[in-house]
Design a protein around this ligand. Sequence first.
Ligand code: GLY
Ligand code: MN
Ligand code: MN
Length: 516
Amino acid sequence: MSRPGIARLRTLARRCYATPAAAVTQPTFPGITNPKPPTTGQPLARSHAHLVRAGELTPGISAAEYESRRRRLMESLPAGSVVVCMGGTVRLVSQQIFYRFRQATDFWYLTGFDEPDAVAVLVSKPSSPRGYEYVLFVPPRTPHALQWEGDCAGVDGAVSVFGADEAFANTELPSRLPALLSHAAEVYASLPPSPSPSASSQPHPPPSRRRSSLLKLFHRDAPAGAFNWKSFDNDPPHLVLSAALASDAAKPLARVVEHLRIRKSPAELALMARAGEISARAHCQVMRFARAGGTEANLQATFEYHCALGGSERPAYVPVVASGANALVIHYTRNDCVLGQDDMVLIDAGGEYHMYASDITRTFPVAGRFSPAQRDLYTAVLNVQKDLVARCKPGEANLNELHRESCVALGRELKQIGFNLSPGDVERTLYPHFLSHHVGSDLHDCPSAERGVILSEGHVVTIEPGVYVPRDPRFPKAFHGLGVRIEDEVAVTKDGPWVLTPAPKEVAEVEAACQA
Ligand code: GLY
Ligand code: MN
Ligand code: MN
């Protein structure tokens, strides 16, 4: 696949998502009318023209791109393979209270279908026009579902809108799956979603969730041990499903889908650039808003408000908003302390935009100016971060090598500002986490990817070195209790690194944003 360089990608991102240059303004869409309630289930171009353009199946991604993903997946598998890909299910906070639904990532990547309790089956069929058969099992359109959940695609929409060759109500999965699997040479399956802790003990499902949940099919007791695809004839359907998909007979689907997902297309990069831009602006607003006596919680609220105004549907993760020595706790997410005048704030926060995550960390002084020690430590981390960003070029290095380089470089920088380091101090105490991970639809994208794989075009990785100085006499007192991390997402392009997260980073930029 020939890939455009940075300039072309930037233009594409701008053309698709023209944005006001200044801080977030409320977007308006004069002339667009939506059918209410929507008659299509999820947003489509005909119902939500402000979100989905003609030719796109989901915001920013065309129907043709989804087709190409499925085709490339099937072409990458042995002849005779069958793929069973589970969609996500609704998770419960407690009892009858549910979280907002978020589709399972691999299922989304292959289908663009945004309803819970769906399953995609792809059957290798070289003699067919598309080279495989695409079958969707979806929630049926019932009067009850229409009244409680609103309209959905249903079996007809699964074919006419989502391009399935055949579609069935998800309740038919147990009876139809055996036939679809019966000639499979290989089966690649994702495991069924695990239930929320309280889902199985829930005595009375809420009326709105009474439709058939696939969970019920998968979480009855499955027989242990190996499963033979050809021997299911006499087993009850739910046992067939549970055993088939959980046993050694099925190969994990995640690894082969992640092999595709790890290289982002130009359309995906445009979405990720927009996600990064929205979140970068929200970081600016947080720097501006922070005051001594204010709270970490209100910084989080400010960040999330500006992300939402920019079009982000949800936070990509629970943010770290750590003032002062709270920054030494790597996964600090309580975010419930008051900001001190002399504190720095380490904020690791990003919004999700049309199913693509962003991931940014910035560290800034509440007072608007770094103290000398804060500035020294910040500059040490910044120097390393920028050098490592510059290394994100195709064929240059793998993540393990970049991490080792970041440890060495941090050691060198810290010695220059007065640290007297012993072997292991950097890796074990001052910088105990890894430099990088892939980002995409999942925050820690494609976890099956080896850190030893050389960076190549289309990869998007974070570069996030940090230093966290405990109150330990081995380290200079002036730095005790300070924590700094700086994190950007970098797209690897043939023209070099493209930073997708343009939040203030240089000392002068950060101080200017704080004082704006
Ligand atoms: N925000 C989590 C991470 O940086 O990996
Ligand atoms: Mn990260
Ligand atoms: Mn992060």
